[in-house]
Design a protein around this ligand. Sequence first.
Ligand code: DHB
Ligand code: FE
Length: 283
Amino acid sequence: MTTTQPSPTAAGSGSSATEAFRATRADSGAPQVSTERIAAVVSSLLAGIHDTIRTQAVTYDEFQAAKGFLIEVGEGGEWPLLLDVLVEHVVEDVASRSRTGTKGSILGPYYLPGQPRLDSPATLPQRPDEKGTALVFSGQVRDTEGNPLPGAEIDIWQADEQGYYSGFAPHIPEGNLRAVVVADDQGRFEIHTIEPAPYQIPTDGPTGKLLGAAGWHPWRPAHLHLLVRAPGKRTVTTQLYFRGGEWLDSDVASATKPELILDPVEVGDGTHAVEYDFTLEPA
Ligand code: DHB
Ligand code: FE
């Protein structure tokens, strides 16, 4: 049962997520947002906030409590956690309007670029005594015409059997359960790993406290994170879930999609296996 797990701590994840975000953002080469666009989006955002204050008749006490909360989110380094869990799914939804191919899902706060490249078939780096059901995850990466994409890359990261991510939990070795797996000349890949546990937003930080104060649970269903890329193709950012998994129908991050649910089968020795193919559209 997931409820017997040790609780994740905000200290281990929040501020590390802020550092990871800053490091990736610094070299993203993203263009400056125009004055017109800032004015349009910020006006609309403020209109939404003003409207909420009017319709909910927000009091001075509540306004000051909100300020205190926002200060704590910043001090705890939890902006990536808070925004990715409560907001990113809508940004992804808008981005996916113009996309074909494999469905996307949110990136989340725990991606770390620059992991080792391993040729398929590959075993994800893991502790000698890594707990959890062994999982063989295989498939093929193709273009929208069905042609295989040789040398496609599957950049994969996941929580362990207790729901913790390496890089964001001090007790896990760096790089654990993370790698960039390079597909073969038929775009095929085979990845040996373990099934992750559901993930819990740390309950001792401001994000977790807000969820608790609103009476919402802090859980995401178990998932694998993936960035699937190939030369000349648009990278797919997605997540894969597990059929029958707890919290599938009430993901706190609202990031599940029916097309993204795996159904692994037992293949002996307690090992599970599942195939999933990816389709990448032109860049
Ligand atoms: C968060 C954590 C995740 O593992 C994820 O996939 C999405 C969001 C979060 O804590 O915000
Ligand atoms: Fe995650």
